[in-house]
Design a protein around this ligand. Sequence first.
Ligand code: NAP
Ligand code: G4F
Length: 314
Amino acid sequence: MRALITGATGQDGSYLSELLLQKGYEVYGMFTQRATPSTRNVDHLPELKLLKGDLTDQGSIDAIMKESEPDEVYNLGAQSFVKSSWDIPEYTGNVNALGTLRVLDAIRKYSPYARFYQASTSEMFGQVQEVPQKETTMFYPRSPYGVAKLYAHWMTINYRESFGMHASCGILFNHESPRRGEHFVTRKIALAAARISQKKQHELVLGNLDPQRDIGHAKDYVRAMWLMLQQDDPDDYVIATGETHSIEEMVQVCFEYVNLDWKDYVRQDEEFMRPAEVNLLVGDPSKAKEKLSWEPEYTWKEILQEMIDVEMKK
Ligand code: NAP
Ligand code: G4F
């Protein structure tokens, strides 16, 4: 089996590459070769075949599709930082929305039997219309990122219905790991807790501490992506733990783990607040549990503790 992963060098792309290589796949990864290399998440995977390309560039996507001849395509590439999407909304739409359309079109032209996975997101629920959120919950995105992802979500469903493609969307809730980008809140907190406990940083400046997130481990969530493409029929699935915790609770757990009182070190600043906030996300993963036999293995505290342990060693 051959798989193509866009965004192969990101958090999820790296864990998915590991999983597929372990299963004996030949794995191709699209990567954007920038002046400063961004391949550290996959440098330990020499078998991963990296091909240069960009989701804003149809020619490069077509060339990669032809070269890799994939049986499965995982579209994980994205401008994935919600806060930046207000600063660069057009670029976010180009990569996250039109980029998905470009990949779908390349599959239609060059690999019409390839199975397709789209990285949809709980950010599409935004101002939630129902608690917990499930596959049938109405969407109400609250950021240019969420709106762009909703376009990609519906375009994937449209190509499934129009052209009979085996195309599935995973509506994944927040998932974290030591490979999470440093701007995201869990990594930022874990890094600060470790550094402050080693006297290498004196404070942690955050935005809104009230939002609640349903967090899982990226390793568990890439397993769900693979399972979706092994089903006879394509479909859409919520992937979540069903538990939610505020950012404040996450800060508290991390600082307690390194024997510090978070209130002595954490300050809030407007700089990290958003023009519109997503206040509460909590998913109902019943469909994935029943149809995919998927279960998360990590608890939210284990994830945060693993992230701190890795920072402590560094
Ligand atoms: P990530 O670590 O930010 O990885 C994103 C990847 O996309 C990186 O490899 C990045 O490569 C690549 N990329 C960015 N711009 C690109 C472009 N123009 N063309 C091609 N590739 C580009 O994100 P992640 O956490 O692994 O998430 C994977 C996917 O799931 C994303 O689509 C994200 O939106 C979605 N998602 C994530 C979560 C979550 O909680 N992690 C939840 C729901 C959905 P460079 O570094 O070279 O730019
Ligand atoms: O870690 P975050 O930046 O993740 P966010 O916005 O939930 O997005 C992540 O999860 C989505 C799935 O729901 C993905 F689609 C998306 O690609 C990404 O992976 O922020 C989490 C929460 C927000 O409510 C934010 O306002 O933490 C709050 N927060 C408070 N202080 C902060 C900070 N977020 C960041 N990044 N930095 C802060 O200082």
